[in-house]
Design a protein around this ligand. Structure first.
Ligand code: ZN
Length: 76
């Protein structure tokens, strides 16, 4: 029986880690699309194609993403 508890404990930890990872890289957030163009969620400027090639899941332009990550770090 302990084995089942252990397994569900691991499962919970993995799920939480996946959510935290998704939160960090922004993939959990829904991209903003204006007229078929992927735009930054914060400043609503189109995200450069080069950035989307490197980060297909990007929902922010580089400067807004950096600011966003700093906010996350400040929040602890
Ligand atoms: Zn932006």
């Amino acid at each position: 029986m302990d084995r089942f508890d252990w397994a569900s404990e691991i499962e919970t930890q993995e799920r939480e880690a996946a959510i935290a990872r998704a939160r960090e890289n922004g993939s959990a957030e829904i991209p903003l699309v204006i007229a078929g163009v992927r735009c930054c969620r914060d400043c609503e400027e189109p995200i450069p194609a080069g950035r989307l090639r490197v980060r297909p899941d990007a929902v922010r332009c580089v400067s807004c993403q950096e600011r966003h990550e700093r906010r996350l770090q400040d929040a602890g």
